[in-house]
Design a protein around this ligand. Structure first.
Ligand code: IMP
Length: 191
């Protein structure tokens, strides 16, 4: 950890280090790039704000290094749920800016937890007739297996704990952490 980062005192432990994220992103990009070597028109990456923003930025750059061109699109959705649990009922806050019909689309996800949001999103994007639709997710929790969402590329399977960092927040904080970690219990107690 960098010396003097404001958040270090709030983190109980690091689950995925900055270096692990960097290596895995490179590995995933290499694989996605190789699998799409014959794909015409480049890939259209769809990032779901805000959690996937760090991964999207690093993944797109890694794809470029491995020879694949990509265009970046952003969506924002809000999932109605109780507290931290998602319900699968999704409202679109920001839709895509362009038509994806006939394009090779890759959804770039931060984390697949229940899989409900992703399952809804895949149906939504599929209805817009892309040439192909795949998912790359940096993290996946064990509950994800309850909903069958075909996530072709997964970075890390992690324990069923609430994590923050590298785009993931707790009450809009901790997104800028360069690693993924677990907060100390007292952080929740004081909020
Ligand atoms: P799902 O619909 O249950 O798969 O939840 C998906 C979304 O919930 C993710 O894209 C995250 O934004 C958020 N989420 C799920 N687990 C965590 C976590 O451990 N920390 C922070 N956000 C999470």
């Amino acid at each position: 950890m960098a010396e003097g980062s404001w958040y270090d005192a709030d983190i109980e432990r690091v689950i995925i280090s900055e270096e692990q994220i960097r290596d895995k992103t490179e590995e995933l990009a290499k694989q996605v790039s190789a699998d799409h070597a014959d794909t015409d028109g480049g890939l259209l990456l769809v990032c779901v704000l805000k959690g996937a923003v760090m991964f999207m930025a690093d993944f797109a750059r890694a794809l470029g290094r491995h020879g694949s061109s990509s265009e970046l699109e952003f969506m924002a959705v809000s999932s109605y749920g109780s507290g931290t649990a998602s319900s699968g009922v999704v409202r679109i806050l920001k839709d895509l800016d362009r038509d994806i019909a006939g394009r090779h689309v890759v959804i770039v996800e931060d984390i697949v937890d229940s899989g409900l949001t992703l399952s809804w999103l895949m149906k939504y994007l599929q209805s817009r007739s892309p040439a192909s639709l795949e998912v790359v997710a940096l993290l996946r929790k064990p509950d994800a297996i309850k909903v069958s969402v075909p996530v072709r590329y997964v970075g890390f399977d992690i324990p069923n704990e609430f994590v923050v960092g590298y785009g993931l927040d707790f009450s809009e904080r901790y997104r800028e952490l360069p690693y993924v970690g677990v907060l100390k219990p007292e952080v929740y107690a004081r909020s």
